[in-house]
Design a binder for this molecule. Structure first.
Ligand code: UT7
Length: 335
């Protein structure tokens, strides 16, 4: 039986720092409200002309991960690209990475699971490695949120939360039993699809057609979030799916060395931390610096935690995510 391990990690965030005070110049909001409700102090936004896009940031993160994995781009046999903000409506970001990294004609798969995108993506990568089909898989989570947010007071309940960035991991086949990705656990509940969504442009809200048929109709082309409903579901599902993962491996919360939660809201992470009785050193948070970067948040946080020496050989690392779909998932990793 093969197992997969994370052999390399990297991240990239745009240079442009946007503080809460910067946002208060664009909309009716303030630093106190944002920090109190979300913990966020600043985020990064792509700046016009800085040469970044969702796939370009993904490539920058991927280059670092590939180098650290000690493999070459030609050793990668599958690209999995998780995003809700692709450069183009189609094709997805994976093929653009294949092109920009000048890789062989390897398969490129896009994952559309929003905040759970990275957990879903590493689960897919893990299955391909476990079956023996591939040895090295590149997994990327990348988001350009700033390109599509409503930066007026109308959109403040959503726009202050999200930031841009990318994270990447190389998953490599390993023969060390009991180490690497022990298990992944994925869920969805489409009944709540609209509670956190961006409806258009899409086939149901096709801009040229709507304008032609009804020039007065407003097009729902900014993200919508029913914040309190999402919050309540998030805290419940995070706990559930972490417990599910621990139980499947006959482990308990006391075994966790590092929990990397999707950076949705610092209050959600703190709630989960209290539920599992974890210390500050056992939960990694960087939402204060980057906001919520959706599919990129876990790989950015995982990379930073690893770079800071907070994840060491033998540690039990738990990844957990919840978001639009609703989708949620966890990964239990023995480092
Ligand atoms: O990553 C995917 C998963 N996402 C999440 O898990 C996010 C979950 N939800 C949340 O994190 C929180 O619900 C938010 C941070 C989005 C909002 O916090 P909240 O405590 O639920 O606030 P609220 O939406 O109930 O709004 C409270 C008040 C409202 O004013 P009134 O009606 O009480 O007068 C809002 O209009 O705060 C107002 N408000 C703002 N005020 C200043 C909403 N956004 C802002 C803002 N600045 N940016």
């Amino acid at each position: 039986m093969h197992t997969s391990k994370i052999s390399g990690l990297g991240y990239y965030v745009p240079e442009n720092v946007v503080t809460n005070d910067d946002l208060s110049k664009m909309m009716d909001t303030n630093d106190e409200w944002i920090q109190e409700r979300t913990g966020i102090k600043q985020r990064r936004h792509i700046k016009k002309g800085d040469g970044n896009s969702t796939s370009i940031m993904g490539v920058k993160a991927a280059k670092i991960a590939i180098e650290r994995a000690n493999v070459s781009k030609d050793d990668i046999e599958l690209i999995i690209f998780a995003t809700l903000s692709p450069d183009m409506y189609f094709p997805g970001g994976g093929v653009r990475v294949q092109d920009m990294l000048d890789m062989k004609t390897v398969p490129a798969l896009d994952v559309r699971n929003q905040c759970s995108g990275f957990v879903y993506a590493i689960s897919v990568a893990d299955q391909f490695i476990k079956t023996g089909m591939y040895e090295n898989v590149l997994v990327i989570g990348s988001e350009n949120h700033s390109g599509g947010l409503d930066m007026t007071t109308r959109g403040r309940g959503v726009s202050v939360i999200f930031g841009d960035g990318a994270g990447a991991a190389v998953l490599t086949r390993s023969k060390e039993e009991g180490r690497g990705i022990l298990s992944t656990h994925l869920h969805s509940q489409g009944a709540h699809a609209k509670e956190l969504s961006l409806e258009g442009p899409s086939t149901e809200h096709w801009v040229p057609k709507i304008i032609e048929e009804n020039p007065q109709e407003s097009i729902p082309y900014y993200p919508y979030m029913n914040g309190q409903f999402v919050f309540k579901n998030a805290v419940a599902r995070f706990s559930e799916v972490i417990n599910e993962g621990l139980k499947a491996n006959h482990l308990t919360a006391a075994d966790i060395n590092m929990l990397i939660p999707h950076q949705a809201n610092l209050r959600i992470s703190q709630f989960v931390q209290r539920q599992f009785k974890l210390s500050d050193d056992q939960v990694y948070n960087n939402i204060q610096k980057y906001g919520n970067t959706t599919a990129a948040s876990i790989p950015i946080a995982l990379t930073e935690a690893w770079e800071e020496g907070k994840i060491n050989k033998g540690d039990l690392v738990v990844l957990a995510a919840f978001g639009s779909g609703f989708t949620w998932g966890s990964a239990i990793i023995r480092w």
